[in-house]
Design a protein around this ligand. Sequence first.
Ligand code: DGY
Length: 328
Amino acid sequence: MSDTRPTVVVTRKLPSAVEDAIASRYDARFNRTDVALTAEQMTNVLRTTDIVLCTVTDKIRGDLFDSRVKTKLLANFGVGVNHIDRDAARRAGVMISNTPDVLTDDTADIALALILMTMRRMGEGERHLRSGAWSGWRPTHLMGRSPHGKTLGIIGYGRIGRAVARQAHAALGMHIIYYAPRDVRIDDPSTAGPPDAEQVASVDALVARADVVSLHCPSTPETHHLINAQRLAMMSPTSYLVNTARGDIVDEYALTASLRDRQIAGAGLDVYEWEPTVVAELRELENVVLLPHMGSGTIETRTAMGMRALANMDAFVAGQRLPDLVEF
Ligand code: DGY
């Protein structure tokens, strides 16, 4: 007897609890190799499958949404959807959902870790010890800078930006300034930033004042290379940049030059302009901490993200409004 349930392709390996839940309700195909689909494979999937559970490594370009597309829902595993040509999806009648809320705290934790790792030179320290070069404690060895009493400038004051603000204020005693292009809508007061956080009028004003700049805005045409050579030059030589949002918000070559020339003191990155490729010279620099896009990477959160994608699939099949419909 043939399976009449909706067809789903899951483009990357997911936590087993999520794969089991999907398999119990859908006619599902899983990616056992866990290698990102090629454009040709994705074209084929879009032409043959009702729902695609995709993620950030799937570059779903406009030309893939041709007249033969069968897919009606891209249930994205993750918040950011900049890897999907949203205009082309809309024209092709394909809905997109994402997985907000569930990854806020874990992603904020990684931003906080990067603030500490860069300011306290932890990456350098670990490499130093592992190399066998450590000769023992000495008063001036690997001196970093203290975050306490310093100013953290947050660009993008959504859920994650505000969580970083709360944590950095409470745990590290940082003063918060932020830039948000529109009014910040807060439905739940427990997700607000610290009461004395100060809104600044422009990105330029923020980068000129902050001891640490942390990025929490989406990748859009407006935010592409928001941090460029000009803005890096406005930052102080004792300041740091942290990026847990999307790589292309920073001009990676300009950042590399700025770190090399000590125009800024350091950077902590979890995302890259050409992931998984990272500018070779950047990898050679001591004053940068480089993590492999692991902001939401806990078993709890990755499972919750999968279940959230599944809830959107279920709503779609039931003909209900998607709880996390990406409006565009
Ligand atoms: C997100 O949710 O945007 C994460 O970076 C994974 O895509």
